[in-house]
Ligand binder design. Structure first.
Ligand SMILES: Cc1cc2nc3c(=O)[nH]c(=O)nc-3n(C[C@H](O)[C@H](O)[C@H](O)COP(=O)(O)OP(=O)(O)OC[C@H]3O[C@@H](n4cnc5c(N)ncnc54)[C@H](O)[C@@H]3O)c2cc1C
Length: 415
């Protein structure tokens, strides 16, 4: 095998997964070029709720979903929105998603995600410290809140999974919720308090800081929209954008857009997008002290530098359609119900694309068709909490070393 220094690796996509991969490949001694059609951290890694949540291992798939599906699909005040014109194209993904909602599947998926999420801080904190991005991270834990006993019963599988696997969790009552977050309306009967969670004060600034550090350490970042990845007769990979980039290995970490590069070198996998939304209430960054999420409203609120960011929703509508104003209105309305002091209109709004597999597990591994390509996408709702450990895994794969996490549940061949 050639020495890492003689191996040139291109990383496609500079979200949290691609940037972390580039940094860990660089640490391993590889020559690394990071490519993105936009500035670093401006995809899903821009607009998320910013929680670094080791406990977020319970997937959206839930045994209660088949029972609640009709209500979720057709009730106006629901965190799920479906574009019916797009629904037929999503049908295979949706059917597969529902197959992964059984109790056994949710247990299996939770354990797999836990294996990834529980190792993330070990690989994230050194990157944050070395780059200076640690000043953009805050502690304080995470509150997951339930509005009534019926919700607690409906979601008993998820609560039990948290009891089983989250070492840092305390179950608290309404009075304790009010003591921790006095500005919340008294609408919650129970909270799960995950004490070791952190949050980003600005996810995009963290990504930009990491990318600057990568360049300062000798890496190359190029703005390039990659249209194809092929192999030439000499066995090298050729990534074509405006220019052609000839490299020894490549990492595909283009988030939900990765599927546009499936083709002769990368077999298709069922990657879809769960579109997500946020609204920001500028000037309200101090209204809560930590990320607070509602178990049924489908979004989380995080105090950030720009103000209070309320981010979530799942919209099934593909990659091409513009934002749906009804989703922003839902977030604004529900945030005001939880925090009545939010009186002004949002100062900014956003929509973006979660990269989602139907079993809620990312794809991490070498492309079965072309082993020189490492696939690292599909981190759905938890990429900001698992992107850095994925970066470390990618570097281990590139160096043909044993990765720090068992990759069996994440292998691309599983579909
Ligand atoms: C509303 C919402 C809330 C969320 N909240 C949380 C949370 O609180 N905690 C958490 O852990 N996770 C959260 N997530 C999930 C998290 O944001 C994603 O899992 C994560 O950002 C995915 O990172 P990524 O690097 O895979 O993709 P992205 O950040 O989307 O990056 C992909 C990059 O690839 C580039 N790209 C795409 N195609 C090409 C191409 N052809 N050529 C070159 N470049 C290309 C894009 O420009 C982009 O920069 C949330 C997501 C949403 C939408």
């Amino acid at each position: 095998m050639s020495a890492p220094g003689d191996t040139h690796i291109a990383v496609v996509g500079a979200g949290i997964v691609g940037i972390s991969s580039a940094l860990y490949l660089q640490k391993a001694g590889f020559r690394v070029t990071l490519l993105d059609r936009n500035e670093p951290g401006t995809g899903a890694s821009f607009g998320n709720a910013g929680a670094i949540a080791p406990h977020a291992f319970v997937p959206v798939n839930s045994p209660s979903i088949p029972r609640r599906l009709l209500k979720l699909m057709f009730s106006g005040g629901s965190p799920l929105s479906i574009n019916w014109a797009y629904a037929p194209r999503m049908m295979p993904w949706l059917i597969s998603f529902l197959r992964h909602c059984s109790h056994d599947e949710v247990t299996r998926i939770s354990h797999a995600l836990h294996s990834l999420l529980s190792r993330n801080l070990e690989f994230a904190l050194p990157l944050f410290r070395e780059s200076g991005a640690d000043s953009l991270i805050r502690g304080g834990g995470y509150l997951h809140l339930y509005e009534n006993e019926a919700d607690c019963r409906d979601l008993s599988t998820e609560i039990q999974m948290y009891r089983d696997l989250a070492g840092d969790m305390e179950e608290i009552d309404a009075a304790e919720v009010g003591r921790l977050e006095p500005n919340l309306a008294p609408v919650f009967v129970k909270g799960l308090y995950f004490k070791s969670a952190l949050h980003y004060l600005s996810p995009v600034d963290v990504c930009a800081t990491l990318a600057r550090h990568f360049c300062a350490e000798g890496g190359t970042f190029l703005r390039e929209d990659i249209a194809s990845i092929d192999k030439n007769t000499a066995g090298k990979l050729v990534l074509k954008g405006v220019r052609a980039h000839v490299v020894d290995q490549a990492v595909l970490s283009a988030g939900a857009h990765s599927r546009r590069l499936f083709g002769t070198t990368i077999a298709p996998v069922p990657l879809e997008t769960e579109r997500g939304y946020h609204v920001v209430f500028g000037g309200h960054g101090g209204i809560i002290s930590r990320t607070c999420s509602s178990a049924t409203a489908g979004f989380a609120m995080t105090p950030m530098n720009e103000g209070l960011r309320c981010a979530g929703m799942v919209e099934l509508a593909g990659l091409d359609k513009g934002p749906n104003p009804a989703c922003h209105a839902y977030l604004e309305r529900t945030a005001r119900r939880f925090l009545p002091d939010l009186r002004e209109s949002p100062s900014s709004t956003w929509m973006g694309f979660r990269p989602s597999m139907p079993d809620a597990l990312p794809v991490i591994g070498r492309s079965p068709r072309t082993p020189e390509i490492i696939l690292a996408f599909g981190h759905q709702h938890v990429g900001m909490s698992s992107g850095c450990v994925t970066g470390r895994i990618v570097a281990a794969l590139a160096a043909d070393e044993t990765p720090p996490v068992d990759l069996t549940p994440f292998r691309p061949e599983r579909f």
